[in-house]
Design a binder for this molecule. Structure first.
Ligand SMILES: Nc1ncnc2c1ncn2[C@@H]1O[C@H](COP(=O)(O)OP(=O)(O)OP(=O)(O)O)[C@@H](O)[C@H]1O
Ligand SMILES: [Mg+2]
Length: 316
């Protein structure tokens, strides 16, 4: 079996409370029925505009957010309920890296304690062993040994992000949910951190759920990509399928909005963009139902799915 984790019809709805009695008057449908599978050793990309539900999916997987309905299967076992996770070491196997390491690393703790914390939750090591382990983790992410006794504010953004990576790999996880891990970094530092992430992946056979709104970064990192909007997936495909043969208008618009720097093909790009815009305005019904909701995914082939209107099921 190459599947590491399977997400089945996952929904996360946040209640909106209002009025004098603070009653639940409505819900935010942050994640509204998504299905996907992350394979062992692979990187699964999650792309979409702000507020589309990407982080909520990540948090539901690591257990920071409660699921409203649906199922999470890890190595074939149902881990939807938190109580089921402990017995199979799920919380050790699945870790998270956040966008902003400054707020996710405790500013009052020294690096050794920050990185050792997840290890302490799961293993009993002597001080000596622990120090050795943390040193080796620092080495993996290219940080010098003297970082051990420093505090997070003594590092640059890129260095802090590497500390976040070191902390996430401390428990030898199988899956890391990386939520916008390089979005706060400048381009040259982004490349460094991404390369560390790739190297660690190869070394440990890790899987990533890689969350980003940056299509360039996703193209560099991901094997399979899901594009999402309003809590739903509009398209799933391999990197090649998404970048060279996008089928949903939302995907096409995202891709055509990437700024192009090659002047030689400027006219072509403008033409593509014009066509995509036109299609968006004239073919809305093919892509969104009357309520503006994304349709269910249809299978194009074993790896490519797209959310289009299903004419057959409507009996037209
Ligand atoms: N704790 C919460 N309570 C209520 N609504 C929430 C909560 N967390 C998120 N939301 C809402 O759920 C939706 C999805 O949020 P989420 O953070 O998953 O988006 P995102 O795709 O990660 O966006 P971004 O790219 O800005 O990080 C948004 O409409 C957001 O306002
Ligand atoms: Mg987010």
């Amino acid at each position: 079996m190459t599947e590491l984790i399977q997400i089945k019809d996952l929904k996360v709805h946040y209640p909106i409370r209002s009025g004098f009695f603070n009653r639940v008057t409505d819900y935010v449908y942050a994640v509204d029925g998504v299905n996907f599978t992350i394979e062992k050793g692979k990187t699964y990309g999650l792309v979409g505009e702000s507020g589309s539900g990407k982080s909520t999916i990540g948090k539901a997987i690591v257990g920071l957010e409660k699921t409203t309905s649906g199922q999470i299967l890890y190595d074939g076992k149902d881990v939807t309920k938190r109580s089921a996770r402990h017995a199979i070491g799920y919380n050790k196997d699945v870790q998270m890296i956040f966008q902003d390491a400054m707020s996710s690393l405790n500013p009052k703790k020294r690096v050794i304690d920050i990185i050792a914390e997840p290890i302490r939750n799961f293993e009993r090591l002597s001080d000596q062993e622990e120090k050795k382990k943390v040193k080796s983790l620092l080495d993996i992410v290219g940080m010098p040994e003297d970082a051990l006794y420093k505090y997070p504010h003594e590092f640059s953004g890129g260095q802090r992000q590497r500390l976040g990576v070191a902390r996430a790999v401390a428990t030898n996880p199988k899956l890391i949910v990386a939520d916008e891990p390089v979005s706060a970094l400048d381009l040259s530092v982004q490349a460094q951190v991404l390369n560390f992430m790739k190297r660690i992946q190869e070394e440990y056979g890790l899987s990533y759920l890689f969350i980003s709104h940056d299509l360039g970064v996703v193209k560099y990192m991901c094997d399979t990509i899901a594009i999402m909007t309003k809590g739903r997936f509009v398209e799933i495909g391999t990197r090649e399928e998404i970048y060279t043969n996008p089928q949903h208008i939302y995907t096409k618009r995202l891709l055509s909005a990437i700024p192009k720097i090659d002047v030689a093909h400027r006219k072509e790009h403008m033409e593509t963009r014009r066509k995509v815009d036109q299609e968006y305005h004239t073919l809305q019904k093919e892509y969104y139902d009357e309520a503006g909701r994304v349709y269910d995914l249809q299978t194009l082939n074993a790896t490519h799915q797209v959310a289009l209107r299903n004419v057959e099921s409507e009996g037209v």
